[in-house]
Ligand binder design. Sequence first.
Ligand SMILES: C[S@@+](CC[C@H](N)C(=O)[O-])C[C@H]1O[C@@H](n2cnc3c(N)ncnc32)[C@H](O)[C@@H]1O
Length: 204
Amino acid sequence: MSGFDERARTWDTPERRERAAEVAAAIREAVPLDGSMRAIDIGAGTGLLGLELASDVGDVVLTDPSEGMLDVAREKLPGSAGRVQAVRFDLLRDEPPGGPFDLAVSMLVLHHLPDTRQALEAVAGLLRPGGMAAIADLETEDGSFHDEGAEGIHHQGFDPAALAHDAEAAGFEAVRVGRAIELERDGRRYPVLLLVARRPARGG
Ligand SMILES: C[S@@+](CC[C@H](N)C(=O)[O-])C[C@H]1O[C@@H](n2cnc3c(N)ncnc32)[C@H](O)[C@@H]1O
């Protein structure tokens, strides 16, 4: 059982729900969304971000390697009229769960993945040519965001320019990195960036 399996039942705090709503709003501003789109939420956890965006797109596939997180996500699906599914998927190991997708979103997952460029290449591989990625994660922080001893933390946030460079090296075009929101924890503020990028329509 992973740490996320154990935390799944208590994951949906008011703070995390609000964070997801704010990141969804930033994605709506940055990417034109419509009801014909098929979207994937990578590392969706309990589905907070993907479910926020469900009414903006056609279908949503919530994905995560943690069955505990997915169990909580699945309990939310009966109201989604079958347009949202929750599927086990590890971005670095598994075959794409359906697709190709028009939109790939993700929130606070990239810092859990050791090789950022490899992870972004895997995201590009989920998209149709011309498809968009919108990935939110911490900007560079001093390590205080996670509790001491937290497992699976490979990056203390990201430098926006370096992340944009990694996205271009992973084959994306029209790469933009902006500020999505700021999180507040124990009196400290942690900026969250939003990477928006397109898989080239041809040759990508
Ligand atoms: C900090 S949680 C964020 C969950 C959700 N996006 C949210 O913001 O509420 C990180 C999530 O990334 C998932 N994760 C970790 N490694 C992953 C991988 N290799 N592929 C896809 N997801 C992964 C974890 O299982 C966990 O649900």
